[in-house]
Write a protein that binds this ligand. Structure first.
Ligand code: SF4
Length: 193
């Protein structure tokens, strides 16, 4: 991991910029390959992530790993992070104040990694990154905003409550892998309007 990412990591771990610092067990910095062409962004850490200080390590993390492997990715090939780096109590959604307080960390991660595609996992990340209300219209699609490509899909935790989404996530990741492959080869990709 580069010095800059280690610096971000250390600042996340000791951050007290919002009230979530009072209720967390551990802050959860992003993790993975800083040379990745894709960065996966979820909402916020859950209980297991809070206990271990790592993103996507609970049941949702297993579902994410399974879907990544299905599409030919490994976790250490990619970079995984959240919009908000500390767990909101009782797994509630992070509020606007918390998202705003944490926003600069994700911006810094994106500036260093410069991914070809930001893969948005679920509604909260979609709302934070693209100001959208619901992923329904753009799920499984590529969206361009301010010269950055985004791929939109469901949050792995949604599959715990709706098992039918398991294959949806896997198929979306296959499409994401194919899209990345095209971009690497300089081929055209379909962008949703
Ligand atoms: S959620 Fe973000 S801004 Fe709030 S304390 Fe944690 S790292 Fe700091």
């Amino acid at each position: 991991m580069s010095k800059i990412l280690i610096d971000i990591r250390n600042r996340v771990i000791s951050c007290v910029n919002c009230s979530l610092s009072k209720s967390r067990t551990n802050a959860v910095p992003g993790i993975g390959n800083e040379k990745s062409d894709v960065i996966f962004v979820g909402e916020a850490p859950g209980r297991n992530e809070d206990l271990q200080g790592k993103p996507f390590v609970g049941t949702a993390g297993q579902i994410l790993s399974e879907a990544l492997e299905f599409a030919g990715f490994t976790r250490d090939q990619v970079y995984i992070t959240n919009v908000v780096k500390c767990r909101p109590p009782n797994n509630r959604q992070p509020n606007t104040e918390e998202r705003d307080a944490c926003r600069s960390f994700l911006s810094e991660e994106l500036k260093i990694i410069k991914p070809k595609i930001i893969c948005i996992l679920g509604n909260t990340a979609y709302s934070s990154l693209l100001d959208g209300n619901s992923i329904t219209k753009n799920r499984g699609k590529l969206v361009k905003n301010n010269d950055q490509l985004y791929f939109v899909t469901v949050h792995p935790a949604a599959i715990i409550y709706n098992p039918a989404l398991r294959q949806v996530l896997k198929d979306d990741f296959v499409l994401l892998a194919q899209t990345l492959d095209k971009l690497r080869k300089g081929l055209d990709v379909e962008i949703s309007k």
